[in-house]
Ligand binder design. Structure first.
Ligand SMILES: Nc1ncnc2c1ncn2[C@@H]1O[C@H](COP(=O)(O)OP(=O)(O)OP(=O)(O)O)[C@@H](O)[C@H]1O
Length: 222
């Protein structure tokens, strides 16, 4: 397995105040990783640093061959094409239907509308939203919006998906559908998955790794 992410003596944080200090870790292609730690331990900070939103203060962070401490703004969009990001607050476009929201990454990638529509409908079917294609985000529950957001993150076959607390606040039904979609993406599309979460799932039908954050330090537990 190849190395997709490598951090060496990495410091990341805000306005020169490091939140993560002297971290060394690797993520391999096709890994399924849980990033754990208590509230405030820096999970969101690490996720944001992986897609270039929080700066590298010292050391190196390589994502898919791109060295993030040297990256220029213009190269960030290049990096983000390879990543699918799932935010805590979904970030669906309110004026667009669910179907169009999910199609968006394929349209940006220049794929024709018909193919994008077919693929979006397939994924929305997997997360049991086929009956909501023409609805707008505000007309969906939180769990339904999150399911749509994950379909959108997966649709353009990114190399890696970064998801920040994707199931916190969801009921069991939505949480299961969301996790099934991540597992499908990992197994069938070989997409590397990193999920930030307070805790590990109780039962989980896949081999996974755990990277744990505590007091600014990063521990590769498995
Ligand atoms: N924009 C910011 N500017 C300065 N400090 C910040 C900023 N965002 C987060 N922090 C600080 O960084 C630390 C880590 O926050 P982060 O959001 O990464 O933790 P987390 O593990 O994701 O927490 P939670 O589980 O509550 O979402 C906190 O002490 C927080 O106050």
């Amino acid at each position: 397995m190849g190395v997709l992410v490598e951090a060496k003596s990495l410091y990341v944080g805000y306005k020169n105040e490091p939140i993560i200090r002297n971290a060394n870790f690797k993520i391999y292609t096709k890994d399924f990783v849980f990033l754990t730690g208590v509230s405030g331990s820096g999970k969101t900070t690490i996720i944001k640093s992986l897609y270039g939103e929080v700066p590298v203060l010292k050391g190196s962070l390589n994502v898919g061959g791109i060295e993030l401490n040297k990256i220029r703004k213009s190269k960030l969009s290049y990096l983000r094409k390879y990543l699918g990001v799932v935010f805590q607050d979904y970030k669906l476009i309110p004026e667009w239907t669910i179907l169009k929201n999910v199609m968006l990454p394929m349209l940006i990638a220049g794929i024709d509308k018909k193919t994008a529509e077919e693929e979006a409908m397939k994924l929305l079917n997997k997360v049991k939203l086929s009956h909501k294609l023409d609805k707008f985000p505000a007309e969906l529950s939180g769990g339904e919006q999150q399911r749509a957001a994950i379909a959108r993150a997966i649709i353009h076959d990114p190399v890696m998906i970064l998801a920040d607390e994707p199931i916190s606040g969801l009921d069991e039904y939505s949480a299961n559908l969301v996790m099934e979609l991540f597992i499908m993406a990992n197994r069938e599309k070989d997409i590397t998955i990193m999920i930030a979460s307070h805790s590990l799932p109780q039962t989980f039908n896949i081999n996974y790794r755990q990277i744990h954050l505590e007091k600014g330090q990063v521990y590769e537990l498995s």
